[in-house]
Write a protein that binds this ligand. Structure first.
Ligand code: ZN
Length: 238
C-alpha cells in the first residue's frame, strides 16, 4: 500500500504505519491531555510535562499494539506460517500473513497469543504501579499515572479482542473451534454471522453514548463481510 510507510523491521518482519498516524498520534496525545485522572493527564503541572507524557503515552500505546501483533506473528512463524508485514492502523494492527496455518488448534493458539500478550503487559504494568507507587494514582508521580493508564488500556484491549466478534481475535478463535467440527468455509460463515450480529449490537450501544463503538462496529461488520468473501473465493471450488 503506497499510503503506508515502513518504520523498521523486527524479527525480519517489516513494520508499517499508515499515513493517517500523522493525525491519529497527536489526536490520541490530545485526548490523554484533556482526559481527567486516572485515565488522563489533565491535572498534571507544569503544562509541558502534561503534553510530553500525553504524547509518550500515545506512542507507547501503539508500541503495545505492535507487541500484540508481534505475539501473533511469533506463533504464526513457529507453527510454520509466515508474515509478510505488520501494519498499524487507527484502531489496532494487522499481521498480514503470507502463508496461513491451516490447523484449527494451532490457529486458535496463535490468535490467542495476541490478547494474552496484551493482558500480560497490562498486568505487569499495573503490578509495577501498585508495587512502587506509594500515593494514590492520581496524586503521585505522573510517571506512575502513565504506567497505570497503559496497563489499564492493555487489559481492556486484550479482553475486548477476545469478544467472539469475527474478524476480531475472539471470533477467529471461535472459527478455529467450529472448524474442528465442520468445514472451514461453513465455520467462517457462522463466525461472520456472529461477528456481524455483535457489530450491530455494538453500533446500537455506540449510538447510546460511545462514538468509538460505532467506529469499531463498522470495522467489524465490513471486516466480517470482506473476510467471509475472501475465504469463499479461496476454498469454494464450485
Ligand atoms: Zn490480535
Amino acid at each position: 500500500m503506497s499510503s503506508s510507510y515502513q518504520i523498521g523491521k523486527i524479527i525480519g518482519i517489516p513494520i508499517k504505519i499508515h499515513i493517517s498516524f500523522l493525525i491519529i498520534l497527536p489526536l490520541f496525545a490530545w485526548f490523554f491531555s484533556v482526559q481527567t485522572e486516572p485515565l488522563g493527564f489533565s491535572g498534571v503541572e507544569p503544562e509541558l510535562m502534561k503534553y510530553v507524557l500525553s504524547l509518550l503515552t500515545a506512542i507507547l500505546l501503539f508500541a503495545s499494539v505492535l507487541a500484540h501483533e508481534l505475539a501473533h506473528s511469533f506463533f504464526t512463524i513457529r507453527y510454520g506460517g509466515s508474515i509478510r508485514e505488520i501494519r498499524l492502523y487507527l484502531i489496532g494492527g494487522v499481521a498480514a500473513m503470507e502463508k496461513e496455518v491451516n490447523e484449527p488448534l494451532k490457529e486458535a493458539k496463535m490468535t490467542f497469543a495476541g490478547p494474552l500478550s496484551s493482558i500480560i503487559i497490562g498486568i505487569l504494568l499495573l503490578s509495577v504501579n501498585y508495587a512502587f507507587n506509594k500515593a494514590p494514582v492520581s496524586e503521585g508521580n505522573p510517571l506512575f499515572l502513565m504506567i497505570f493508564i497503559l496497563g489499564y488500556i492493555n487489559i481492556i484491549l486484550g479482553l475486548f479482542n477476545l469478544l467472539p466478534a469475527y474478524p476480531m481475535d475472539g471470533g477467529r478463535i471461535l472459527r478455529a473451534f467450529l472448524a474442528t467440527r465442520m468445514n472451514f468455509v461453513k465455520a467462517t460463515e457462522k463466525s461472520a454471522t456472529i461477528g456481524k450480529t455483535f457489530a450491530v449490537l455494538m453500533a446500537i450501544l455506540g449510538f447510546l453514548g460511545n462514538p468509538w463503538l460505532i467506529l469499531i462496529a463498522a470495522f467489524v461488520f465490513i471486516g466480517a463481510s470482506k473476510e467471509e468473501k475472501q475465504v469463499k473465493r479461496k476454498y469454494d471450488k464450485y
